[in-house]
Design a protein. Structure first.
Length: 560
């Protein structure tokens, strides 16, 4: 396959622009609004904007489009910077804000008024909606549309000086109230908001609208390619209208690409904020959230997210990508470097009746079966052990190769044991297994060549570390929760289970954020947040296998 065939359509446009000499250097921007945390959909935009600049020797701005002070905060600003850095990208000295250009934007608004292309409207918000028309009916002109330039300039200056209340006036572009494109029906340019701005304080009481500020900020920063998601395609005529009227020294080009939508997740900031505000999740960085902060806390590697968006591709067609694709990227990224450890999530006690009381052996365990250079560790072995409840079945089917009455299994890195007796409580629940071990079958050093089909993991009772382990699952039960009338109705009540686990003692030395594989169970890491409980908290990053794959495929086919 040729290099041309491997380029997505945006990279091909950029390649052609460089080849033709239209641009000497590519300049892009990632322009988040600081009104929430970044999510998986933003990863595509971050990787694309920073990626094409890196690939071509260009540069990228991180620009905060901070034009709506009522919903913005320093917390969101700091979170966005942290997320972009964690993904592996650096903006150097190119951190900017739309608010850095407020004076220039105001001057541009004055210029539009002076050329008769903007006017101050005094209709109420309800009247403006009524005058705007519908998709099938044209709008009608405001009675204030034909104010004189002098009156408009006077009113605009008074708006800036704080002489009017919120909503009393609005600066609008004079375009075409009968346009089939609703974005061209005299869109708002400035509105009055007596709100303190997180970056400029109380310097301003009027704020530019997103489309106006975004277009001119691109021009001021000499952006060559303004890369936007498809919902901005209908905004492009307005983007070009501003450029045509104001004729800035540099003219950027807007290009749209499809959003990256992840199955079993929502990326609407309004809905994500509702999850936080209603206490459905514990915060924006809850590991079930599709936010970058949540995925980082859960233990997803940044390389896995970059790989995920690369597999998704840059296209013009909207797509809903299976959650399993993301989880496979995580598994593949963790498999080679994550050391192995043992943990028992739902403990069942095993007593080895013929093992000497008080005796302790140190079993040599490999840190990684495929990488001997990672060495070994010692695991204490004693008379009393913890195993998984699921590794024992009293009435086992014929092909159940784990522990059952009279059955044998090998303990990983240990001995072969046989279940001789089952102890139950008054409720009839199995609470203890009394087993015997074969001393000639110690792994690696035993004299017996006897083999059994099953191997299970274990932890010594006397040496186990108590831990709280959080088992995370999909937050929703439907592949496309956005299609539900109420997303609350498709919340997964089992998206978080917390268990009191028993872990091998070596895990006490695990650094925060370092992933390990609990053998046979999945990948885990310590939770990065501080907790008051004495027991450490571990998060399950991802299971070893995609147990949802079949169900997810069927659901996606039904919806597609």
């Amino acid at each position: 396959m040729s290099e041309t065939e491997t380029r997505d359509f945006i990279r091909q446009i950029i390649h052609d622009d460089l080849e033709s000499g239209k641009h000497q250097q590519i300049v892009t921007r990632f322009p988040p609004e600081p009104n929430g945390y970044l999510h998986i959909g933003h990863v595509m935009s971050i990787c694309l904007n920073f990626g094409v600049a890196v690939e071509t020797g260009g540069r990228t701005y991180l620009r905060f489009d901070d034009t709506n002070p009522g919903k913005e905060s320093e917390e969101f600003v700091a979170a966005i910077e942290r997320d972009v850095r964690w993904l592996g990208f650096d903006w150097a000295d190119r951190l900017t804000h739309a608010s850095d250009y407020f004076e220039r934007l105001y001057e541009a608004a004055v210029a539009l008024v002076e050329m008769g292309s903007a006017y101050v409207d005094s209709l109420s918000a309800e009247e403006i909606r009524e005058y705007r028309g519908t998709l099938t009916e044209p709008g009608k002109n405001s009675p204030h549309r034909d104010r004189s330039v002098e009156e408009n300039l006077k009113l605009l200056a008074a708006m800036r000086n704080g002489e009017f209340a919120d909503g009393e006036h609005l600066l609008r572009a004079r375009i075409d109230m009968s346009s089939p494109n609703m974005n061209l029906r005299d869109p708002a340019l400035y509105r009055i908001r007596h709100v303190t701005h997180q970056h400029t304080g109380d310097s301003w009481c009027i704020y530019p609208m997103y489309d106006f500020a975004h277009t001119l900020s691109d021009a001021f920063e000499e952006i060559t390619h303004s890369l936007c998601t498809l919902e901005f395609e209908d905004h492009r005529p307005l983007y070009d209208w501003f450029l045509d009227r104001l004729q800035p020294a540099h003219r950027p080009r807007q290009i749209e690409f499809s959003r990256l939508n992840l199955a079993y997740a929502i990326t609407s900031k309004r809905k994500l904020n509702a999850l936080v505000e209603e206490g459905i999740v514990e915060g924006w960085n809850d590991p079930r959230m599709p936010t970058i902060a949540g995925m980082r806390r859960r233990g997803y590697p940044s390389a896995a997210l970059r790989e995920f968006v690369e597999r998704g591709g840059v296209t013009k067609k909207d797509k809903l990508i299976e959650m399993g694709v993301l989880e496979n990227c995580v598994r593949e990224n963790l498999a080679d470097d994550s050391e192995r450890r043992m943990g028992v999530l739902r403990p069942l006690k095993v007593v080895l009746t013929n093992y000497p009381e008080g005796k302790i052996e140190m079993m040599e365990a490999m840190n990684h079966p495929g990488r001997p250079e990672l060495g070994t560790r010692e695991m204490p072995f004693s008379r009393e052990l913890w195993i998984e409840q699921d590794d024992f079945m009293e009435d086992a089917p014929r092909k159940f190769f784990r522990l059952k009455p009279g059955g044998e299994v090998r303990l990983r890195f240990g001995y072969i044991i046989r279940c001789d007796e089952v102890t139950k409580n008054e409720a009839g629940e199995v609470v203890e297994l009394r087993c015997s071990y074969d001393p000639d079958t110690r792994s690696g050093t035993g004299t017996s060549d006897r083999k059994v089909k099953g191997t299970i993991h274990w932890v010594s009772c006397a040496h186990a570390m108590d831990a709280s382990v959080r088992l995370y699952d999909r937050l929703f039960t439907e592949p496309n929760p956005n299609s539900a009338d109420d997303f609350h109705a498709v919340l997964n009540s089992g998206s978080l289970q917390t268990v009191d686990a028993k872990l091998e003692p070596a895990l006490a030395k695990l650094d925060s954020g370092v992933a390990v594989q609990f053998e046979r169970l999945g990948y885990f890491c310590t939770d990065s947040e501080e907790h008051a409980d004495d027991a450490p908290v571990f998060n399950r990053i991802v299971t070893l296998r995609d147990s949802w794959a079949k169900l997810e495929k069927q659901a996606m086919q039904q919806q597609g």
